[in-house]
Design a binder for this molecule. Structure first.
Ligand code: SF4
Length: 428
């Protein structure tokens, strides 16, 4: 099979993996090397006019020995199959890089023959790129669950980022839809990567030229809506992963019904608004100081689809509001809907010089259409007369027309996944 034909099959097959992201890596070029990774600017797809937006995202192969019910590449699915050799991927990466099409490689794979065999193939690609081609661009690879510790460690020494996809939030979900996987086989490589990162960070403090291990950290992907698991379960799992494994990002991917099976839910379209709410909540965990138990609990295990999680939290805690913009501390400002991390910081800085009035707030980047209900400015409240949560809720709920605008992006759309995440997680 021609390499271009393989590329078509295996880049298309990779589009369901959202666990790649901007690099966060600043690998510098070495003498005589080629390329370098930057802290920002790595995007993940090809635009529909053929313009490359930076990351070659492909599968090593879509031949899979497993039969996960939700997956297009499952062994029982009848579809065109292909497999790259390591040399082919190396050639493609170098050729695309030299043509300025890409800044790096995201290499994932189905499980071909065995986890070890697949991981060895991935290792061969990254070794050749780094050692033989002196490629210093960004590389993100998948760690295959069940692969031997030593191979995962070998790969980790060459790449910027690794991801182990959890896919389903609970052991029961895995048993039902991906019986060949279990939580332990997924968490083990995550633990290994974390240990490697910790060790390399320590060594770098002592030895200036100590080799880096997965310097841009690890990520994972969770599929939302393939099982009956609640948002609470998903969010608690993410929180645990951030706390225990130091993950850089958890990506949420609305379940796309690529096959029919009695074990799968019957849905017409992917639950994209739910995916959006989880990204927003994830932002609250990572940057706003929230804990999952504040956002959801057993009595309310799922997010309100008509309201972003921060507004929802504020309305359920309406007794804490309104807060005076000239007095509230940074942590409380962060909890006001419409005030983001940057604008909270700007408020703290600006009020050192003079007190802020309502009309200054827009200049500081505050989204007043949300914030006005929850703040006072020099003692004056600009929201509705009563602090009644139901009345305020009616002003804040998103209209069905807005909610209907969410669309699943294709690999060839121009907006990168990272842009999408920023757009939905940004300032709220
Ligand atoms: S192991 Fe991965 S590629 Fe294979 S069927 Fe399961 S999810 Fe798909």
């Amino acid at each position: 099979m021609e390499v271009l034909e393989k590329l078509k099959i295996l880049s298309d097959a990779a589009k369901y993996d959202v666990s790649c992201s901007s690099s966060g890596s600043n690998r510098k070029n070495k003498n005589g090397g080629l390329g370098e990774a930057h802290n920002s600017g790595i995007c993940h797809s090809w635009s529909d006019d053929g313009r490359c937006i930076s990351l070659l995202k492909i599968l090593m192969t879509n031949y899979c020995m497993y039969d996960c019910v939700y997956c297009i590449n499952r062994s029982s699915n009848d579809l065109p199959r292909a497999a790259f050799t390591p040399d082919e991927i190396v050639d493609l990466t170098i050729n695309f890089y030299k043509r300025n099409y890409i800044e790096g490689l995201f290499l994932s794979s189905a499980v071909f023959k065995s986890p070890d065999y697949t991981m060895e193939m991935i290792f061969e690609v990254v070794r050749k790129l780094r050692e033989e081609e002196k490629f210093n661009g960004y590389i993100h690879t998948k760690a295959i669950p069940g692969a031997d510790k030593r191979i995962v460690e070998k790969v980790g020494k060459y790449v910027d980022r690794m991801s182990v996809n959890i896919e389903l939030p609970t052991e029961e979900g895995l048993k039902l839809l991906a019986p060949s996987k279990n939580k332990e086989s997924i968490l083990k490589p995550m633990g290994l990567i974390k240990a490697g990162i910790t060790q390399s960070t320590e060594e770098m403090k002592k030895f200036r030229y100590s080799p880096k291990f997965v310097p841009a950290g690890q990520t994972t992907q969770l599929i939302v809506g393939a099982t009956a698991d609640s948002d609470l379960k998903v969010l608690r799992l993410s929180e645990g992963l951030y706390n225990s494994y130091g993950l850089k990002r958890v990506y949420y991917s609305a379940f796309i019904p690529v096959s029919t099976n009695p074990k799968l839910p019957v849905i017409k379209s992917p639950p994209l608004i739910r995916e959006n709410r989880l990204y927003q909540a994830d932002w609250l965990l990572r940057f706003y100081g929230f804990e999952s138990r504040e956002l959801l609990d057993e009595n309310k295990p799922d997010f309100d689809l008509t309201l972003d999680p921060k507004c929802d939290w504020a309305l359920r805690n309406i007794n804490l509001f309104p807060v005076e913009i000239n007095k509230a501390d940074y942590n409380m400002l962060l909890r006001v809907p419409g005030i983001g991390v940057k604008s909270a910081m700007k408020i703290i800085q600006a009020r050192r010089f003079s007190s802020i009035d309502f009309y200054d707030l827009k200049k500081l980047g505050i989204v007043l259409k949300r914030a006005q209900y929850f703040i006072t400015c020099k003692g004056k409240h600009y929201g509705v007369k009563s602090m009644d949560d139901e009345i305020i809720r009616n002003h804040l709920v998103e209209k069905p027309s807005t909610l209907g605008n969410y669309q699943q992006l294709s690999l060839f759309d121009q907006v990168s996944i990272e842009d999408k995440c920023i757009e939905i997680g940004g300032q709220f």
